[in-house]
Design a protein around this ligand. Structure first.
Ligand code: NAD
Length: 373
């Protein structure tokens, strides 16, 4: 984007800790806009439980219409215990599934990054996670989760799902992976089960064919079982991992242990009509409203929005540098404050957001001063 062109961001804060963490993410975006002179136009709408209460639907029409008119959507989280008795299609989570489907993103991006200051938070040994910086590109609209026919046939005591991909579905997500790798360490690992599954054989052949378009990117293939092991043994050997829906669901959760806390994980879904950005965590009703939520996952999600939708790579990096700085200074929300090591200061959601914003202002200020020289 350019400084003069308006960029419409729809904020869907949702339920539980969603509004608390989203507020901090929006503050970071506002700082970026102020320093860069960007015309970010924020709109806010309801989704999830709060939308059920106020408008009778987990995804009101006005919310969907605003989402489809925006340049990017930033979502907090949905869900709450009071809705657990409702049928699945009436619950807050139905709103999330419906908006994901309506926006049509097919590539789910989930970074898994070992923050040096949090090396002791991972259940893995610090020397194992050191240097890990993985970007998962998970195919999101195909595979077993959507394939037909599917059924639990109680009469015959049997059930079946269908794993089906077309070459076009594989090629488009592979291209996303190669494009992203070209801006990173130029390596793609494609994960499949081609020794057993015909679908994986199509997957492997297609990714290999697409790789011809990207001669500067190294491609390797791993079976999903081997990949699960390598992720824990030598996570730093991976750059971009591209895989199908089910494998990606499992492997990206496995790799989340590298970071050490659910509250640190951002995500984005791209490739559809409008890209959708959301932290990986849920609405965390157990800590909602207490100032205990870690806003860093949401703030890092805002950085992904700048990188993948607004084309503001330097500003995305500035947010990530601010988060790194604040962690190095010893600031921790309660979920990160393991063992109360010396030099650690436990802060609230809001204080953490303020610390990041302060660091971000310094970083943006410095980079502007450098440009002015
Ligand atoms: P959750 O992610 O909300 O919470 C799991 C655990 O992690 C809780 O102990 C929680 O306190 C903690 N946690 C989560 N985010 C945190 C943060 N930012 N800072 C500190 N601690 C954090 O998952 P859950 O408990 O299984 O689900 C709660 C509700 O959220 C349910 O209604 C569920 O359906 C919904 N949910 C929504 C999404 C989403 O909106 N994308 C994702 C997962 C779950």
């Amino acid at each position: 984007m350019t400084a003069s062109k308006p960029f419409k961001i729809l904020i869907l804060a949702g339920d539980g800790i969603g509004p608390e963490v989203t507020e901090q993410a929006v503050n970071a975006l506002r700082s970026v806009a102020d320093f860069g002179g960007y015309d970010f136009q924020f709109d806010a709408k309801l989704i999830g439980g709060v939308a059920i209460k106020q408008q009778g639907s987990p995804l009101p029409e006005a919310t969907l219409a605003a989402a489809l008119e925006s340049d990017a959507v930033l979502l907090g989280a949905v869900g709450g215990n009071e809705f657990n008795q409702l049928p699945p299609d009436k619950r807050p989570e139905a709103g999330l599934l419906a908006i994901r489907q309506a926006l049509g993103g097919f590539a789910n991006l989930r970074p898994s990054f070992a923050w040096p200051a949090l090396a002791n938070n991972s259940p893995l040994r610090p020397e194992a996670v050191e240097g890990a910086d993985i970007l998962f590109v998970r195919e999101l609209l195909g595979g077993l989760y959507f394939g037909e026919p599917r059924q639990w046939d109680k009469a015959s005591d049997s059930a079946w799902n269908t794993l089906r991909y077309t070459k076009a579905e594989v090629a488009r997500v592979a291209r996303v992976a190669f494009e992203l790798a070209s801006k990173r360490r130029k390596k793609v690992t494609s994960v499949d089960k081609a020794n057993v599954l015909e679908v994986s054989q199509l997957w492997r052949a297609t990714v290999t064919e697409v790789a011809q378009e990207y001669p500067g990117i190294a491609l390797d293939h791993q079976y999903v079982d081997a990949c699960a092991m390598h992720l824990m043994n030598t996570p730093r050997n991976f750059d971009v991992i591209v895989t199908e829906n089910l494998f990606g669901d499992i492997l990206s959760d496995e790799a989340a242990v590298i970071t050490g806390s659910l509250g640190m994980l951002p995500s984005g879904t791209i490739g559809g009509a409008v890209n959708l950005y959301e932290p990986v965590h849920g609405s965390a009703p157990d800590i909602a409203g207490k100032g205990l939520a870690n806003p860093l996952g949401a703030i890092l999600t805002a950085a992904m929005l700048l990188r993948h939708s607004a084309g503001l790579e330097a500003d995305a990096q500035a947010i990530e540098a601010a988060v790194k700085h604040v962690l190095e200074q010893g600031y921790r929300t309660a979920d990160l404050a393991r063992g109360n090591a010396p030099g650690i200061q436990v802060v609230s959601t809001q204080e953490m957001g303020q610390q990041v914003n302060q660091a971000l202002s310094h970083i943006l200020d410095r980079s502007q001063a450098l440009h002015a020289v």
